[in-house]
Design a protein around this ligand. Structure first.
Ligand SMILES: NC(=O)c1ccc[n+]([C@@H]2O[C@H](COP(=O)([O-])OP(=O)(O)OC[C@H]3O[C@@H](n4cnc5c(N)ncnc54)[C@H](O)[C@@H]3O)[C@@H](O)[C@H]2O)c1
Length: 283
């Protein structure tokens, strides 16, 4: 039987590169996706034939569509794992003072690139992943999303980063606990690292972090293994130093919120079985 196939986004550096090397050590073939083609191409050549680099801007749907199509083909009509990992910090400050003006004197639109890379692209990744893993000889596959501790705590300097990482936890819980997806053997989980030494943090900030607050890459890889080696879905783990901590959905506040969260789900399901009204609302 052929060896399993993974796609890792953001694979040219940091956590994505570490996950790539770890998957190789576990017998995977890995498609490395990244906007950074110079490093990606070089590293893939060094790692050998069990890798293939595909230059991909995850924020561009057409790029991801080609990535998944080519990965599935390269894998011999096989795809088993997605590490939806590419991420960036805020590229324009929400708090900017002298924001540029358009010709009509209104402020120019804020760039929401960080939301597109960190959050929108992961939706598209799940969308594409399920399409291909349904075609596997044994249908199904596993997704591990890289969220962040900023998915739980506010990082005021980076509101887009914070919102996107909170969003990824919501996405994991919604999609990962979706019973029809689970019954197709498609799992979605997420890892939430605290500070790890990578190129994400500008060096002049990174170098000020005391060593006792740096989470080692081995903890990240332990979390990836946790989800690779189980059928869990919808789970979120926070990674702090050497430890993995399960972060559960908060308990319902009272019977009202429990009813709305659990029982009303049936009403939503029934409602979505009536597509005409929903389609009318679509824009
Ligand atoms: N390093 C940390 O402390 C830390 C903590 C929590 C979460 N994370 C998350 O881990 C993930 C990986 O980050 P990292 O720390 O390894 O940083 P990194 O900067 O070392 O690596 C990120 C990689 O993503 C790539 N990338 C950026 N935009 C892309 C795009 N549009 N399409 C494809 N690739 C793109 C970059 O080229 C780079 O190779 C990110 O989602 C980040 O938010 C990192």
């Amino acid at each position: 039987m052929s060896s399993p196939v993974a796609i890792v986004t953001g694979a040219s550096s940091g956590i994505g590169l570490a996950i790539t090397m770890h998957l190789l050590s576990r017998g995977f073939r890995v498609v490395m996706a990244d906007v950074n083609a110079a490093d990606g191409t070089r590293i893939s050549a060094e790692l050998g034939e069990s890798t293939k680099f595909i230059q991909t801007n995850v924020a561009v749907y057409a790029d991801q569509a080609v990535l998944f199509r080519e990965a599935f083909k390269w894998g011999g009509n096989r795809l088993d794992f997605l590490a939806a990992n590419a991420g960036i910090d805020d590229r324009q400050s929400l708090y900017e003072e002298d924001s540029e003006e358009s010709e009509d004197g209104t402020p120019k639109e804020l760039s929401l690139l960080t939301l597109r890379v960190n959050l929108d692209a992961v939706f598209q990744g799940i969308w594409l992943f399920k399409h291909y893993v349904r075609k596997n000889a044994i249908p199904g596959g596993k997704i591990v999303i890289t969220s962040s501790a900023a998915g739980f705590y506010p990082m005021s300097s980076n509101p887009q980063y914070t919102a996107s990482k909170h969003g990824l936890i919501g996405l994991t819980r919604a999609a990962g606990l979706h019973q029809p997806l689970i019954s197709e053997n498609i799992t979605v989980n997420c890892i939430c690292p605290t500070f790890v030494h990578t190129n994400l943090c500008p060096p002049h900030i990174r170098d000020k972090f005391p060593q006792e607050h740096v989470t080692p890459m081995s903890t990240v890889l332990k979390a990836v293994d946790l989800f690779l080696d189980s059928s869990a879905s919808g789970e979120t783990v926070e990674l702090s130093l050497g430890q993995l901590h399960y972060r559960k959905v908060p308990p319902y506040l009272d019977d009202n919120t429990r009813w709305l969260g659990q029982e009303a789900a049936k009403l939503w399901e029934e409602g979505y079985e009536q597509p005409p009204q929903l389609k009318e609302q679509a824009v």
